[in-house]
Write a protein that binds this ligand. Sequence first.
Ligand SMILES: Cc1cc2nc3c(=O)[nH]c(=O)nc-3n(C[C@H](O)[C@H](O)[C@H](O)COP(=O)(O)O)c2cc1C
Length: 197
Amino acid sequence: MPRRILIIVGHPDSNPKRLCRALAEAYADGARSAGHEVRLIDIATLDFPILRTMAEFADRPLPITLEDAAQALKDAEHLVFVFPLWLGTMPALLKAFLEQVMRPGVAFAYPEAGKSGFAKTLLKGRSARVVVTMGMPASFYRFWYLGHGIAGLRRNILNFVGISPVRETLFGMVEGASEVKRRKWISAMHALGKKAG
Ligand SMILES: Cc1cc2nc3c(=O)[nH]c(=O)nc-3n(C[C@H](O)[C@H](O)[C@H](O)COP(=O)(O)O)c2cc1C
């Protein structure tokens, strides 16, 4: 079954040579070759302000420059986030993007006035894959750091708005990796894209 896939490249550096971009493109190529519908949003190309107040989050409209991204989020059936590990978690620009788009009305709805209870998830039924590159060995990040930064994205953000399951692919020791290794990672991403996984 063809799926609607949204790939979000969360690398603040727009340099096309970043590994994250090659991985995202490989996933997109694989997915398109298997007949899936793919949209790619590169947050390095978006111009948006940092969200600063609860009032903006809850009551103000999205910045115009993010309306398209919010719609793409709602339209997608499967989301793929690709970003480098920076200080143990996602880069601040990706977090700033998520603070803007994962808002009431887009990602979840608060309980009605006067009623208690949990927020209603608006992005239920979607799955996701989080793809992270890092300087340290991926096993070290998982077992020593317990993957905290990525667990935060998975549980506090994606699961919170109803996105499940969220799978992970970690690429470690990427700096100075050989061309052979890079090609192996790129073909692994192509294969994942083909099965929209
Ligand atoms: C500001 C910054 C912080 C970083 N923090 C970490 C870190 O906490 N752990 C780690 O393993 N690598 C860290 N790195 C290395 C990046 O993860 C690595 O450069 C990136 O994954 C390479 O992928 P790219 O070619 O797509 O940029 C950091 C790099 C930068 C620039």
